[in-house]
Every structure is written in structure tokens, then in C-alpha cells.
Design a protein around this ligand. Structure first.
Ligand code: G3P
Ligand code: MG
Length: 229
């Protein structure tokens, strides 16, 4: 079962910061998950559209310029990263799940991936683009069919993973509260990877491993790996 560092090693370090991503790499995570919004056409790495939960800023990210956002402390003196900086850090070291939060992230993403191919020779096969916004995922697939997409759901759909097949997705990302044997079997029958969020506790890790899910998003990559062995 793969260990995906949820917002980096966010149980111990400020979420969605380069510090948390460096620590996830040091802890041997198979992958890193992060969340992005677009500001001035640049993808910034932050989970909420408002600043107050995770930073010393206040108000909406959209009420700030990129230059203003760069001065904000996202914890432990870390800035809000640009996705570009994360690509520079991660390239070749693990796979990366970019979760699109803002509905206006498509064009900035496509532009950034072109730059990553050109300047970093980035292996786009090591990226997985996910979103709860399935229309946005369909647009990603239409623009770059070779990109892997992950269909997020915070519910248990009546027809299990059919929505992900419709999206031509590579994976389904489901809330841990909804995982059952039928969902796992359906994902396997559809040749979809099944990744589950957010899983930090020993009993949940053991249950999901026994059910045969392919990966878990965890805030504690090293501890979760240890609990699984
Ligand atoms: O991508 C898995 C998980 O991160 C989805 O929920 O709210 O943590 O972005 P959230
Ligand atoms: Mg996320």
C-alpha cells in the first residue's frame, strides 16, 4: 500500500510548505499530495481560499497580489510555495498528486506543465492531477489526454467507481469513511487505483490494507509506514 504524504508531512510540519514536502521526502513517502489555487495566473500551494487557518494572513487569497502573498508566513517562517518551486524540489524523487482547488486552475496548470517539461525535463507520468471538480478533471483530460487524473469523492456513489471510468481517470480518491469491499472490488474490476484519505490511525491503516486499497493519504508518512510493517 502506497504512502502519500497528505499536504506533505503535515502532522509534524506546517501543511503545504516546502518544509513539509522536504520532510515527506526524507521520511520516504511514495508520493506527496498538495492543493493549489491560481492567483495572477500562478499556481500557489495552499488548501483554503482564505488565509487565516494556515498563515499569519487574513482574508481571501484573491484579495492579495502574488507579491503580497509572498510575504505571508505559512508556519515556521515558511512562505506559501509556488507549485513551480515544489516541482523543482520533487522532480524524480517521488510522484506528486496535484489537487486542483480553484476552478480557474486549468490554464495555469497547462502552462506550468509545459514549462516543467521544457526547463526541468519533468516526467509528467510522475504527476497525478486530482480534483473534486469533475468538470475540471474532464477539461484536463481533454487538453492533455496523456495526463493521469484522479477523481476525488467525499461520498459513496450509488454506482461505485463508474464516475471515474466516465472521466477516464487513473485513480479514485475516496474518503476513508466510505470504503467498503464492493467499492474496492469495483475499482479493481475497472483497473482504477484506489487511494484513501485521510488515514493516520493504526486500526484504519490495517483495515484498508486488508481490504486491498492501493494507497493512503496520511499526515504522518513515516509513522504510518511503520504501523503497516
Ligand atoms: O486529496 C485528498 C484530500 O486532500 C482531499 O481532501 O480537503 O484534504 O484536500 P482535502
Ligand atoms: Mg487535498
Amino acid at each position: 500500500m502506497q504512502i502519500i504524504a497528505h499536504r506533505g508531512a503535515s502532522g509534524e510540519y506546517p501543511e503545504n510548505t516546502l518544509l513539509a514536502f522536504r520532510q515527506a521526502l526524507a521520511q520516504g513517502a511514495d508520493a506527496i499530495e498538495l492543493d493549489v489555487f491560481a492567483v495572477e495566473g500562478e499556481l500557489i500551494v495552499i488548501h483554503d481560499p482564505h488565509l487565516q487557518r494556515t498563515t499569519n494572513g487574513r482574508g481571501s487569497i484573491y484579495q492579495h497580489s502574488l507579491a503580497q502573498l509572498a510575504t505571508i508566513d505559512a508556519g515556521a517562517g515558511e512562505p506559501i510555495p509556488l507549485l513551480w518551486q515544489v516541482l523543482q524540489l520533487v522532480q524524480g524523487r517521488c510522484w506528486l498528486n496535484i489537487e486542483l482547488k480553484g476552478a480557474d486552475t486549468l490554464e495555469p496548470l497547462l502552462k506550468l506543465l509545459q514549462r516543467a517539461e521544457r526547463e526541468l525535463n519533468y516526467d509528467l507520468n510522475s504527476l497525478l492531477i486530482s480534483s473534486f471538480n469533475h468538470k475540471l478533471l474532464a477539461a484536463v483530460k481533454a487538453a492533455r489526454p496523456e495526463l493521469k487524473t484522479g477523481a476525488l469523492t467525499a461520498s459513496l456513489p450509488i454506482d461505485n467507481c463508474a464516475f471515474a471510468t466516465q472521466l477516464q481517470a487513473y485513480s479514485v480518491h475516496c474518503d476513508a469513511g466510505f470504503i467498503d469491499a464492493a467499492l474496492v472490488a469495483d475499482a479493481k474490476a475497472r483497473q482504477l487505483q484506489l487511494y484513501v484519505y485521510t488515514v493516520d490511525e493504526a486500526d484504519d491503516l490495517a483495515r484498508l490494507k486488508a481490504l486491498g486499497v492501493d494507497g493512503v493519504f496520511t499526515n504522518y508518512p513515516a509513522r504510518s509506514r511503520k504501523l503497516l510493517t
